[in-house]
Design a protein. Structure first.
Lengths: 295, 295
């Protein structure tokens, strides 16, 4: 029997509560870690160690259904922060949140050269000059920092690990939070367009390859612990997060074998990406040309 | 100086990792609690106790920019779950997630009688007959469970507390996660349209009152700990979450004094709500008439 019930009890202090007890409003998104390396069982109690003090925000751009992610180490005196996949249209919103939360934006990162929107990276650099743009060297795009497979991008005591996940484009990477003692648990994978929630990015442009995407996802993402949170670059159905375990069970494309996957991807019959001719040239220079013209 | 740097290190096991170690993929959203009642300081280390094992999902309906929330106690054998503010259009999506995660939906709850979309509550009841609909008695709407101020809605070992927050409508409530030893930390407030991120709901229909809304928010929501997470019923700018502390500092309406707030709300010059004549009659019976006609 389900132990779900409603009970009625007065809230004795409903209108006479003490004032908020916190002298700081900073809202870290506490993602605790395992106390030891014992196996994770989703439905079992696990012991956890002190939080990593990650502040985390997921932000949405409606026209292109793009998610931008803000991560910061709020235990560090400078509160260094990174933005993953910012969009040009929402740069002011994102920088406003950074400012209000007292963060110091260090990196503006892209998972890949996007074809459906202009990155906000270049515009951010015109507004916050110390910020460094980050993209993979394999993308062929320009940026302050060109990352290679296995690189770690640190902000305070936290870091993201860059895993190469080509296939949607030849330069796609997935940024995964670290596995060290100060890092958040569960781990978080920012998969770009490699894995979408119950889907994946198309493979018919920008050096895409369905075979390579399949191999990337299975070797670089589906080998992460099953409870790892998946935060994609887009969602079109209103999902905000998934997990590696869920996608391994329920992704309608990536659960198939390679041949079936290639067949699915070859027969999507998608229209020509409407933004590609604007977005890709701009994003090859991290949106900077576009940003400069707007600035 | 910011301790942010990039370092290059090979990922020795990048393509030869062991298979995922978890035998269960269930992805609880670990929200730990304080180990004791010491004051929360957002930027300081805090000790935490074992997680509450809350599974949490935020879901978005794009046409009305509505957030639906799924919460479940995944430590309970039945994994009982609640949905807050489901939308009729996205019921199939929501029930699919419930099914895939192996949850048992117990309550379909509304924060208020919505004017901008038809609730999914009635449709859910036709598809999952054991589910009980929940709304405040003050709303005047029909539902299986009519809650009063201070009521607690339990699912497994977790519960939500109903705080009356009228003003947008006369029957608005804010559901707040509990403050007991098994409950998530930070607390989470599902504010409906009472507090939106950097905004609030309009007060010119459905028994709305700007004075009452101001009083509700300041007495029932802004008295929660500052780190309490605010999850609104809507967002139109791509924000997904805020905190009590942030809104107390940066909400452009609710940070003003009462007179100024009333003046702002009296001069919004908003158009007549386009869905109100369809949505409100339907939502007064928890969407059930509408759902029945569709079923």
């Amino acid at each position: 029997m389900i132990r779900a019930c409603l009970w009625r009890a007065p809230l004795p202090t409903l209108r006479s509560q003490p004032p908020p007890s916190s002298s700081s409003f900073l809202p870290p998104h506490y993602l605790p870690r395992r106390r030891n390396s014992s196996r994770f069982l989703g439905s079992a109690m696990v012991s956890i160690s002190p939080s990593s003090h990650l502040l985390f925000r997921q932000l949405f751009e409606k026209d292109s259904s793009t998610y931008t992610y803000l991560l910061a180490d709020v235990t560090h005196p400078d509160k260094p922060a990174v933005l993953i996949d910012p969009v040009d249209k929402t740069v002011d919103r994102d920088l406003s949140v950074v400012r209000e939360l007292g963060l110091k934006l260090v990196y503006a990162m892209n998972t890949h050269v996007h074809a459906d929107h202009v990155t906000g990276t270049g515009l951010i650099k015109t507004k916050v000059p110390d910020v460094k743009s980050v993209i993979s060297r394999a993308s062929g795009a320009k940026a302050d920092v060109l990352i290679e497979p296995g690189d770690k991008i640190a902000f305070g005591d936290l870091f993201l690990e860059a895993r190469p996940t080509p296939g949607h484009t030849l330069g796609c990477v997935t940024y995964v939070t670290g596995d060290g003692p100060a890092q958040p648990y569960p781990r978080m994978a920012f998969t770009g367009d490699a894995v979408l929630i119950r889907g994946c990015g198309r493979t018919d442009f920008q050096g895409g390859s369905s075979e390579q995407l399949y191999e990337s996802v299975h070797s670089q993402i589906f080998t992460l612990p099953k409870e790892t949170l998946i935060y994609p670059a887009h969602d079109y159905k209103g999902f905000t997060v998934s997990t590696v375990g869920e996608e391994m069970l329920y992704n309608p494309r990536l659960t198939k074998d390679m041949d079936k996957f290639k067949d699915i991807m070859a027969n999507l019959n998608l229209p020509y990406p409407k933004m590609i001719d604007v977005a890709v040239p701009s994003n090859m220079v991290c949106g900077f040309q576009d940003a400069t013209s707007k600035a």
